[in-house]
Ligand binder design. Structure first.
Ligand code: SF4
Ligand code: ZN
Length: 362
């Protein structure tokens, strides 16, 4: 069956059907609509004021690649300047290849790039060292929980280093919906109530952060990268299969198959959630070690590093019932990063995403 006419310009043949609306568009009209929607998110949410120096968290993956590309297009209109900040977590055979992709992108876009490494910021700790330290403790499945805390801190440090006033990250609607599901499944009401907003204003001296792609579906992010011929790195991190997020992702896919609007519905639900006054935690104070916001004497990053340095990796996140991460220590498989080729060329789409792309394009 020949592709229909583009529903927007009525001139070119449609190249895809938008996953949510079913609208058939040519590639140019789709990319223009995608960029206009990101602009709308930024403007209506007042996420990035004119004159902002924006640190873009760049991982080399599809989301941050599309975000940087779109913001670069929108920068003159928004009156912002961009600086790529990449974090080297120290994951052998994975991050090295992803950083090669980031360097390539920075060169193509002509954007400044700064790379900050866990090992420099956190007293020699890399994620590989954290994984070794947590192996056998029942916490080896929690690498992403540890990594998320450290990465947030590293991105903040990198952004300050380059004089940024704001931080943006590439989280898309699917990422956000997974996070909502995870917080539900963990019974973490505090994070659930905070998790829906498009960004944080920067309490306690932290830089304001936002997620301009929060309302864009993962499929459309992939389609945009495809039609704009953006090269990105798509190998999965060696620790990702261990993450609790993988369960939430599978659950979300099943929900989406039954109800295509499930992803956005979850994101919007979280936007409207608020904690009952009686359930509100006491206001955060300053970490006694580094001064960052903390709900206990030490902030999460300092508590994690403290535990690692004492050979007792612990991390207080969430409800505090178990006082550690919320990953159940079942079927403990020791994390064994597989060595991969270094300096790998930017990879193509993941098989699952490539399959959805094939279903959506004509
Ligand atoms: Fe860190 Fe987990 Fe992401 Fe790997 S998958 S980079 S361990 S958060
Ligand atoms: Zn601290």
């Amino acid at each position: 069956m020949p592709a229909p006419q583009c529903a927007s310009c009525g001139q070119a043949r449609a190249a895809l059907r938008r996953p949510r609306s079913g609208q058939a568009l040519c590639s140019e009209c789709f990319c223009a609509a995608f960029e206009a929607e990101v602009l709308h998110t930024v403007e209506t949410g007042r996420l990035l004021p004119r004159g902002a120096v924006v640190a873009v968290g760049a991982s080399g993956g599809k989301d941050s690649t599309v975000l940087a590309h779109v913001l670069r297009e929108l920068a003159p209109r928004l009156g912002i300047t961009l600086h790529l900040v990449a974090v080297d977590e120290g994951i052998g055979g994975y991050r090295d290849a992803a950083l090669t992709a980031v360097r390539h992108q920075a060169e193509v876009w002509g954007l400044p790039l700064t790379i900050v490494a866990y090992s420099d910021l956190f007293g020699g700790w890399t994620m590989d060292a954290v994984a070794r330290s947590t192996a056998g403790t029942g916490r080896s499945r929690a690498c992403c929980t540890f990594c998320g805390v450290l990465r947030r801190r590293a991105l903040e440090e990198g952004a300050r280093l380059v004089g940024a006033t704001h931080i943006v990250t590439g989280h898309n609607a699917d990422d956000m919906a997974e996070t909502v599901l995870m917080n539900f499944l963990r019974g973490d009401a505090g994070r659930l109530a905070r998790g829906g907003v498009l960004g944080s204003r920067g309490e306690g001296g932290a830089l304001p952060r936002c997620r301009p792609l929060q309302l864009a579906s993962q499929k459309e992010v992939v389609l945009f990268a495809h039609f704009r011929r953006l090269h990105y790195f798509s190998d999965e991190c060696v620790y990702a299969p261990e993450a609790f997020r993988a369960h939430a992702r599978r659950l979300l896919k099943a929900l989406e198959a039954a109800r295509p609007s499930a992803v956005l519905d979850l994101v919007h639900s979280a936007e409207r959630l608020a904690l009952a006054p009686a359930a509100c935690p006491p206001p955060p104070t300053a970490c006694t070690r580094c001064g960052a916001l903390a709900s206990r004497p030490l902030c999460q990053a300092c508590a994690l590093l403290d535990g690692l340095n004492r050979g007792r990796p612990r991390l207080a996140i969430g409800k505090g019932r178990r006082g550690l991460d919320e990953e159940e220590p079942q079927n403990q498989a020791k994390v064994q990063p597989e060595p991969q080729a270094q300096n790998q060329a930017p990879a193509q789409s993941q098989p699952g995403l490539a399959a959805s792309l094939a279903q959506l394009t004509f």
